[in-house]
Design a binder for this molecule. Structure first.
Ligand code: CP
Length: 380
């Protein structure tokens, strides 16, 4: 049902014969033929590096058009619902989520899909010892698309590997995996930048602030920057939460300017976009003395005053700059800022954009982009 299937018979044969050890050991760019359709658009969505400028622009255009079509409450909405009517999606979320879960669910409904979900793995047969691989193979017996959030890095990739070997090869979308990546969040961030700057992301200065070591959203967004010319990145974080070297090496290899900064106040006036993130302390672990059992810390780490966005900073921002946040937020943005009517505070719009870019992504995975782009709006 989805997309155009394999790029070639050779890739199909290789995927079916390849062990998990060999697949997981490949470089990300080597995996792309096993993830994308022959036209370069995604089939499985695992990481940001599989997107290019062409399909990023396409996704933004499809999201814009789907949004417009949806304004026509009768004919437009019926058209969108007809696109994937009779197909089913499973949202398998083994980690907490509000936005990603709800926006995928709503996007699927916009496109007419039937929706299933598993939010608590203790209610699935994983609790009886079924492997994740077998669970995912089982999902494909009932649905046409799996969206998955999981605490373990590489779990969506494992799913793609299993499904590539299956005679019911359905797409899998990574809705956040471990501390590694959150590719669809990066797509909605790109769409937000696209909308904020009339499609002109090239040459922009983006300041990323907060827990850059474990924030999977900033990692995925940094990877996408290779698709834009002349972008400059500033990373502002406490020393123990600095952006990891793999991202800095990637940016270096792609000639993307990036600089670590300790002083948020200094870079605010330079920024076209300020991207705040919270401390990801759900990843903190300590060991109970004597037992060696890892438990989650119960307390919440504050980010510290140097890395908080204060209301007065709105005065320091450029007139056309935007303040973004993947949400949920905590103390890293003063509460008043969230209720401000300043149009440069875009994070509530950003989460709404997430639903539309996910509509576009699912439509593109299923090869429905042309139908959306060619749809003739009826005259008012
Ligand atoms: N931004 C984001 O992933 O939010 P949720 O954790 O609520 O899905």
């Amino acid at each position: 049902m989805a997309g155009e299937s394999w790029p070639s018979k050779k890739v199909e044969r290789m995927a079916q014969e390849m062990s998990w050890k060999d697949f997981s050991a490949m470089e990300d760019r080597e995996k792309v033929p096993f993830l994308n359709n022959p036209n370069g658009n995604p089939f499985h969505v695992l990481f940001a590096q599989q997107f290019n400028r062409e399909n990023l622009d396409l996704l933004c255009q499809v999201a814009e058009k789907a949004r417009l079509i949806n304004k026509d409450r009768k004919k437009g909405r019926e058209f969108l619902k007809s696109l994937l009517f009779g197909t089913y999606a499973l949202n398998f979320f083994a980690q907490p989520s509000t936005r990603t879960f709800l926006s995928f669910q709503t996007a699927q409904e916009v496109l007419g899909m039937g929706i299933r979900d598993i939010r608590d793995p203790s209610t699935s047969s994983e609790a009886k010892g079924e492997t994740l691989e077998d669970s995912i193979r089982t999902f494909s017996s009932y649905v046409d698309l799996v969206v998955m959030r999981h605490p373990h890095e590489g779990s969506a990739e494992l799913g793609a590997w299993v499904l590539n070997k299956s005679d019911r090869r359905i797409p899998i979308i990574n809705g956040g995996s471990g501390k590694d990546q959150h590719p669809t969040q990066a797509l909605l961030d790109i769409y937000t930048l696209y909308k904020s700057f009339d499609g002109q992301i090239d040459g922009r200065t983006i300041v990323m602030v907060g827990d850059l070591a474990r924030g999977r959203t900033v990692r995925s967004l940094s990877y996408l920057m290779k698709n834009y010319q002349g972008v400059e990145l500033f990373f502002v974080s406490p020393p123990h939460l600095r952006m990891r070297d793999d991202i800095k090496d990637f940016l270096d290899r792609h000639d993307i300017f990036c600089q670590e900064e300790d002083d948020l106040e200094e870079v605010i006036p330079l920024a076209d976009a300020i991207y705040m993130t919270r401390v990801q302390d759900e990843w903190d672990e300590k060991h109970i003395k004597g037992k060696g059992v890892p438990v989650r810390l119960k307390f919440r780490q504050p980010i510290g005053p140097k890395y908080r966005f204060k209301k007065e900073y709105l005065e320091w921002m450029k007139k056309d700059a935007v303040l973004m946040h993947p949400l949920p937020k905590r103390d890293e943005i003063e509460e008043e800022v969230g209720y401000s009517s300043d149009s440069r505070v875009v994070f509530w719009r950003q989460e709404r954009n997430g639903m539309w870019i996910r509509v576009a992504l699912i439509a593109v995975i299923f090869g429905k982009e042309k139908e959306i782009l060619d749809y003739q709006m009826s005259s008012p």
